[in-house]
Design a binder for this molecule. Structure first.
Ligand code: SF4
Length: 337
């Protein structure tokens, strides 16, 4: 039987989540990832391409099968649900993809596109569906006349508005938004981000927001996890991550933002290593300007530096409280900035 969330429990809990692709050699895309998201919160996953953030988003929605760990959504272990129960839960968790054109069926009108999820989940009668679709289209700022058009008749920003309406049509509790504005012109990015924030508030949604862009994540998110080679390097409330970043990777990423004051660390060099050849010790040791002997031998534990702010770096050992295994993170609601 499918459970409902209570006010005190997080909407989403991710525990020791892992995903390995292939065997020769295995690609370790996600490793030992832990976090939780309280209802109504926006949680950001940030990192370079290849850091495992998009794979984590797909594992959360069970669009991919995890190789390890579990995902609890509304208190239900998604891995233990039968097909029918998982389908029921999918109504409450939806995704917004990076490419709005690719995520919309070019042969379906906007009306058909928006009604389809309601039909799949058997929601509402024809009059109710019509009403829901028209209301949502209005909420995303498109005229009613758009309903009888097709995706190619819209701009990129308008298509992303349609994709957002489609994700919202079943009234989900959780939206995973994977780089939702990175394919859009800079001039419309802010409009779409503001729209998402407004809809989140009016629909009381919880958002898992994935982006490589630290400025966008700062604008959108209450809690932020910085990922590198499939692991969480630092996690904390927005204020802590942006004002007092601890992990050298986070600091280097922040330093790379144009116009962001004095640079603390040398410019980040080289590429993120392949997830099929993760270096021993700290995964960041091949690029870290502060690396020392121990970093090449021993994987750092996770240290809590202030409530809800953790960093996986040996340098945090002196100040932080060890949190056990790397990436074993327990977040409590209400620690956002
Ligand atoms: Fe750099 Fe060492 Fe810290 Fe890793 S553990 S981030 S290599 S200082």
């Amino acid at each position: 039987m499918v459970k409902q969330t209570t006010a005190s429990s997080p909407l989403l809990q991710v525990e020791d989540l892992g995903k390995t692709f292939g065997q020769k050699p295995p690609v370790q895309a996600v490793r030992g990832v832990n976090f939780s998201i309280a209802q109504g919160q926006t949680f950001g996953l940030v990192g370079e391409s290849g850091s495992g953030k998009s794979t984590t988003g797909r594992l959360v929605l069970r669009l991919l099968e995890p190789s390890a760990g579990r995902v609890l959504f509304r208190g239900n272990d998604l891995g233990k649900l039968g097909k029918k129960e998982l389908r029921q839960e999918r109504r409450h968790m939806q995704m917004i993809f990076q490419d709005p054109y690719g995520s919309l069926n070019r042969w379906m009108s906007i009306r058909e596109t928006l009604e389809e999820p309601l039909l799949v989940h058997g929601l509402l009668d024809p009059a109710g569906r019509k009403q829901r679709v028209e209301t949502l289209l209005n909420e995303v700022g498109l005229p009613k006349a758009a309903l009888d058009k097709y995706p190619h008749e819209f701009s990129g920003g308008q298509r992303q508005r349609i994709a957002i309406a489609r994700a919202l049509v079943t009234e989900p509790e959780l939206i995973v938004a994977d780089e939702p504005v990175s394919a859009l012109d800079v001039s419309v990015q802010a409009q779409v981000l503001n729209l998402l924030l407004n809809l989140q508030e009016s629909h009381k949604m919880t958002l898992l927001f994935i982006s490589h862009d630290l400025r966008v994540v700062e604008f959108m998110c209450d809690q932020i996890a910085v990922m590198y080679l499939g692991q969480i390097m630092e996690l904390g409330p927005r204020k802590a991550i942006y004002r007092t970043p601890q992990h050298p990777y986070t600091r280097a990423l922040l330093d790379s933002i144009p116009g962001r004051g004095k640079k603390e660390l040398p410019r980040l060099k080289g590429e993120i290593p392949s997830p099929s050849a993760i270096p021993p010790g700290c995964p960041f040791n091949t690029r870290c300007p502060l690396a020392f002997d121990r970093c090449f031998r021993e994987q750092p534990a996770l240290y809590e530096l202030s409530p809800g702010h953790v960093s996986a770096c040996h340098l945090a050992e002196a100040e932080g409280q060890p949190q056990g295994r790397p990436n074993n993170i327990a977040m409590s609601p209400g620690t956002g900035a």
